[in-house]
Write a protein that binds this ligand. Sequence first.
Ligand code: ATP
Ligand code: MG
Length: 426
Amino acid sequence: MRLSQLFTKTTKTAPADETSKNAILLMQAGFIHKEMAGVYTFLPLGLRVLENICAIVREEMDAIGGQELKLTTLQDAEIWKATGRWDDASVDVWFKTKLKNDTELGLGPTHEEPLVRAVQPFVKSYRDLPFLAYQIQTKFRNETRAKSGVMRGREFLMKDMYSFARTQEEHERLYEQVKQAYYRVYERLGVGEQTFLTFASGGMFSQYSHEFQTVTEAGEDTIYVDYDKKIAVNEEVYTDEVLAELGLSKDTLKQVRAAEVGNIFTLKDKFSKPLKLNFTDEQGKEQLVLMGCYGIGPSRLVGVITELLADDKGLVWPESIAPAKVYLARLGDENHVVEAADRLYSDLQSNGVEVLYDDRDTRPGEKFADADLMGIPYRVVISNKTVTANQYELKARTAPEVQLLGHAELLAALAVRSTNNIETSK
Ligand code: ATP
Ligand code: MG
C-alpha cells in the first residue's frame, strides 16, 4: 500500500479523552477511531492487525478440527429464557431491543444458547458426536467499566468455540486439545512468553476454569505466577487449599497484573439439559451432550500486544500480525530515486512481502517517526545516497543499528517467511 493513498494519517497529539496507552497509541498511529467509550472502529491498518490475529486463531482452531460458522447477533429472548439467562439479574451486560411488534430481542453477549439450538437438528445418535464448532464474531456487552481502550469494549470481537462430547473422558480429551491449540496461538502472536495458563474459579461444573493471562500492568486482573512451572493462579482462587492442591507454594509465586486473553470452561450439561440436547448412546439410551466453551478476544489482544511491546517511539508489532512487514521510506523525488523505490516496492510484493510504501513528499524525520509509530517490523530507506552506492538501508524496528545491503541480500533478508509463522504451527 502506498502511504500517499492511505486516507488515515498519524498525529503527534494524544487524544484528550483517553487514558489507556493502547488506545492513545493506536489512535495516534491511525489504527483505530473512537466512536464512543468502549466502542472503536478499526481503520485499515488496525484492521490488518486484527485480521492477522484472527487468521492465526482460525488456523489453529481448524487444525484441531474446529468447524467455523457464524451465529446471529440478534438474539431470540425465548431461548435465553429457557436457560434463565435472559434476566438482567443473571446476565447484567445485555443490550436489549425490540421488534416493531414489541417482541423482545437482545444483542448476543455470548452464544451458547443459539448454538445449541442450531446444532440440535443434527445431533441424534452417538455417531453424530463429538465435534468442535466455533465462530469469530462481534459480541455486545454493556460493560460498566470501559477504561482500557480496546482491551475492554462494549462491542468487541470474540472467537468462541464450543465442544460437544459423549462422555466425560471425550470431553477432557477435546478440552486438552483446545488448551494446546491456545498455547500455539499465543506463541504465534508473540506473547507466548508472557502468557500463563491460570487457574480460576470454575463455575458450577468443574473445580477450575482455565484462563490464559498475559502479564501486563495494563491488565485488570491480579494473578500469582510460578515462572518455573509456567502456571498461575487467579487471586479469586488464591487460597492455601488451592495452592496445596496444585502443588504450588507462596514462596515461588509472584504477584503480577495481567489481562485475560482467553478462557476455557467445562460446561458439562449446563446448556444441554435445559435445552434438551440429547443423543442416543450405543446401548440405545438417551444421554445429555457434554459441552465445553473456549473464548479468545482478538480485539482485546490488539490492545494487550500494544501494551506489552510498544516503546517510547510507538507501536511494535510481531511480524506474524504486523499490518505490513516492511516500511519502505523513499527520501527525495529525483527520478532515479523514485524509480529505484518503485522497483523495490514491486519486487518485494512479488516475493510475497507486504510493504507500506512511503512515497509521500514529506521530510525524512517524519517518515522515520511514522515508521516507528506504526510499529512496522522493518524499515528500508532508499535515497540518493543509497542509490548511488547501489545499496539499501535496512533497520529492524527494535534494533538500534542500520544495515547496508545489496539488492539480492535485501530480498534474501526480507523474503524469508517468518519462522514464527511456520514452525510453531506444527
Ligand atoms: P473479563 O473477565 O475480562 O470480563 P470474561 O471472563 O467475561 O472477560 P469471556 O466471556 O470468557 O470473558 O470471553 C472470552 C474472551 O473474550 C476473554 O478471555 C477476553 O479475551 C475477551 N473479552 C471478554 N470481554 C471483553 C471485552 N469487554 N472487550 C474485549 N474483549 C473481551
Ligand atoms: Mg474472566
